[in-house]
Design a protein around this ligand. Structure first.
Ligand code: KG4
Ligand code: ZN
Length: 336
């Protein structure tokens, strides 16, 4: 059937990604090119380099996604693209590409909020989310707890006051000399270590906001003051993060009594955090939904799913739309 696929493009940070997604959120193809090697020498993402890499690889990745799904332009209902939040130069590459393809192929354009895209990652190759839901978004850019009364009807319950949890993983990895990107390495080492060191659980009993900079500082102090096993530091740090993230999620579930608890974003790829969620969430009565690991970190399939929903509910976006590096989650006035 023609016109029943969305091509989605994601270039908000350091992954160049494209995907083709069906209306029921079946992922027909998902191509992701990570720029890790280009940024490694600098110990983090260099925005200028990231933009250039997107310019080089965005069309080959789109081509890979189109071919991988056996799609031709005539099969597309629309082209979805991440509008924000993210690095402005990176977003601009994805948007320009999507606009050019939309014009050339005469297809509507849909600008997607990257945060909302992460929410939809839990519905890829899975059952739809039952609402109301509590969503915990844990990524490199964000750490937030959101109440979703229905799809698109959000209320932010809490967020980080300083670093995101992904940033904390990456900074601790750097302190430990584990290189970039550090999150997955710390996570892997943590499984081999012991939770020996007494690290703080910042703001664990104070509301639903988060703070991770104190935890990072505590790790730095520990490394300066004593001899240590890297794996044990990683295990102690992962245990502190897990206690805070899962503890706050459970508190939000107890307060709001949702039908589902959804945990998304790059840090939701952590097997340690996933295992703990499987233990602590079921007794609350909420159904736990986690994205497949490959869709927890940045990808375009989640942008395609969010794009379908937006196309059907709000229609196409303006062809004159620009990148929105600080785009926030749209909160409904009557969300709770
Ligand atoms: O969602 P994401 O791919 O990009 C953003 O939207 O920010 O998240 C990237 C973050 C990075 O900070 C990375 O270190 C972290 O997710 N991350 C992990 C793991 N895999 C990725 N953190 C802990 N354990 C992991 N297995
Ligand atoms: Zn992301």
């Amino acid at each position: 059937m023609p016109d029943d696929r969305i091509l989605a493009i994601e270039t908000s940070c350091d992954e160049t990604a494209a995907a083709v997604v069906a209306p029921d959120f079946t992922v027909l193809s998902s191509a992701v090119r990570s720029q890790i090697e280009s940024h490694r020498a600098f110990g983090g993402v260099v925005p200028e380099i990231a933009s250039r890499e997107h310019v080089r690889f965005v069309l080959p990745i789109v081509d890979e996604a189109m071919r991988g799904s056996g799609s031709s332009p005539a099969d597309l209902a629309a082209i979805a693209v991440t509008q924000g939040p993210g690095l402005i130069g990176c977003l601009a590459v994805g948007l320009s590409t999507a606009k050019a393809l939309s014009l050339a192929w005469a297809k509507p354009l849909v600008g997607v909020n990257h945060l909302e895209g992460h929410f939809f990652s839990a519905e890829l190759e899975a059952e739809p989310i039952e609402y109301p839901a509590i969503v915990l978004l844990v990524s490199g850019g964000h750490t937030m707890l959101v109440h979703a009364r229905a799809r698109g009807v959000y209320r932010v319950l809490g967020q980080t006051r300083d670093d995101s949890v992904g940033e904390a993983y990456d900074k601790v990895a750097r302190e430990l000399g584990l290189g970039y990107p550090g999150g997955p390495v710390v996570d892997r080492l943590a499984k081999q270590g012991r939770d020996l060191y007494d690290l703080p659980r910042p703001m664990l009993r104070e509301g639903l906001d988060f703070s991770f900079s104190g935890l990072k500082t505590a790790v730095r102090r520990l490394l300066a003051e004593r001899s240590y096993e890297v794996a044990d530091v990683a295990a102690s740090f992962a245990a502190a993060c897990t206690d805070v993230l899962v503890g706050k999620l459970v508190r939000a579930i107890e307060e709001w009594q949702p039908r589902s608890a959804v945990v998304v974003g790059g840090v939701a790829a952590s097997p340690i955090i996933r295992a703990r969620l499987q233990v602590d969430v079921p007794p609350t009565g909420a159904r736990l939904l986690l994205p497949p690991t490959k869709y927890a970190t940045d990808n375009a399939a989640m942008i395609g799913a969010a794009g379908w929903w937006q196309l059907e509910n709000a229609g196409p976006s303006d062809a004159g739309m620009g990148p929105k590096p600080d785009l926030r989650l749209l909160e409904a006035a009557t969300a709770a």
